[in-house]
Design a protein around this ligand. Structure first.
Ligand code: NAD
Ligand code: DAU
Length: 336
């Protein structure tokens, strides 16, 4: 059988997904195509180094040559995680977001057509639906209304995927998930940033009033959802995934302080994110009904496991914070 092409497999969710599929599908071989941006870290897959069913290709999804080279003689599917993923960075400079998230997806879609790839999964986000008021949930039928340059670039990519499916019959599907947390998340996102700062007794910056709501899902539950789509998803469909776990940012901050035994005086209210989405909340009943998937890890268990991971992997945190992780590839393979 041809291997599965996973893009962005050195990032947070991609690395967890590769670990998940290699464990769960003993016949599957994986090619990991990753450009190793600041968010890509080969150490996220260090435990799988030398794995006989995993091959790494350093390359850019927006570069057709790199994509063709990764596909080689053919692949059984493409799961596209590669993206610029941090909202704050998209507010500072949206250029890389358009290049990777939009152009990169288009290049992958064209390659999928050229090589007649039998399955294309676009890993998207609930942020494409925009922001909710105090009530209601995003369903797959909620109109797209992205509000940040990041979410606008993801929505553009989703529309391209649906257009290629409609126009060319490309066997594509889209997943839209809520906020993930868990091991190997780059400490720029709320949960890993706050855990790593609190472990060092540093203050944590809560944007604005901290009353924004996010729906938190443990990363392995998201990986299981994507895998269910790969196995049982219907072509042309969109599947929402969420953790059924809405928390305000201030509630989440208090939980982390309690679990780490740190004082509330470490909370610092800072200037709000421009255009900050107020609330995300997901209706994932379609995935439950059609795929037999449901989120399994409770917030209590997931947060404890995540904190423990950051506590026991201090050298991972240290090399990320010092920037040393960027030389991991050079040490393994020569110059970047
Ligand atoms: P991440 O930022 O941790 O990782 C992104 C990975 O993509 C990195 O390894 C990076 O090197 C790679 N990459 C970036 N540009 C590339 C390019 N041009 N070519 C090849 N590789 C490139 O992201 P993440 O949090 O793991 O998110 C993965 C995907 O899931 C993204 O598409 C994101 O939009 C989506 N998503 C994330 C969340 C979340 O909570 N983190 C929730 C829902 C959906
Ligand atoms: O909903 C899915 C999305 O979740 C993904 O598509 C994105 O890739 C992912 O980054 C995430 O986006 P958010 O903007 O929701 O995540 P972030 O961790 O950056 O922020 C979570 C909330 O916490 C948000 O309301 C902003 C707030 N925040 C964040 C940081 C980094 C703070 O208050 N302080 C902070 O320092």
């Amino acid at each position: 059988m041809f291997p599965l092409l996973v893009t962005g497999g050195c990032g947070f969710i991609g690395s967890n997904y590769i670990r998940y599929v290699l464990e769960n599908d003993p016949n599957l071989c994986v090619i990991n195509l990753d450009a190793l941006t600041y968010a890509g870290n080969l150490a996220n897959l260090a435990d799988l180094e030398g794995h006989p069913r995993l091959r790494f290709v350093k390359g850019d999804i927006a570069n057709p040559q790199d994509v063709r080279q990764a596909i080689g003689r053919g692949v059984s599917g493409i799961v596209n995680f590669a993206a610029e993923s941090h909202v704050d960075r998209s507010i500072m400079d949206s250029g890389p977001f358009i290049r990777t998230n939009v152009v990169g997806t288009q290049v992958l879609l064209d390659a999928a057509r050229e090589f007649r790839v039998p399955l294309f999964i676009q890993v998207s986000t609930d942020e494409v639906y925009g922001s909710l008021g105090p009530t209601g949930l995003f369903t797959e039928k909620t109109p797209l209304a992205p509000k940040s340059p990041y979410s606008a670039s993801k929505a553009a990519a989703d529309l391209l995927v649906l257009a290629y499916q409609h126009t060319f019959g490309l066997p594509a599907m889209i997943t839209r998930c809520s906020n993930n947390y868990g091991p190997y998340q780059f400490p720029e996102k709320l949960i890993p940033l706050f855990i790593t700062r609190l472990l060092q007794n540093q203050k944590v910056p809560v944007y604005g009033d901290g009353q924004q709501v996010r729906d938190w899902i443990y990363v392995r539950d998201h990986c299981a959802g994507i895998e269910a789509v790969r196995q049982r998803g219907r072509v042309g469909e969109v599947y929402n995934f969420g953790g059924k776990c809405e928390k305000t940012n201030l509630e989440m901050t208090h939980l982390l302080l309690d679990l780490l035994g740190k004082p509330k005086s470490l909370i610092e209210h800072v200037q709000d994110r421009p255009g900050h989405d107020r609330r995300y909340a997901i209706d994932c009943s379609k995935a439950e009904r059609e795929l037999g998937w449901t989120p399994k890890v409770s917030l209590d268990v997931g947060l404890k496991q995540t904190i423990e991971w950051y506590q026991t992997n201090r050298s991972w945190v240290a090399t990320v914070q010092s920037g040393e992780y960027r030389s991991y590839y050079e040490k393994q393979y020569g110059r970047i």
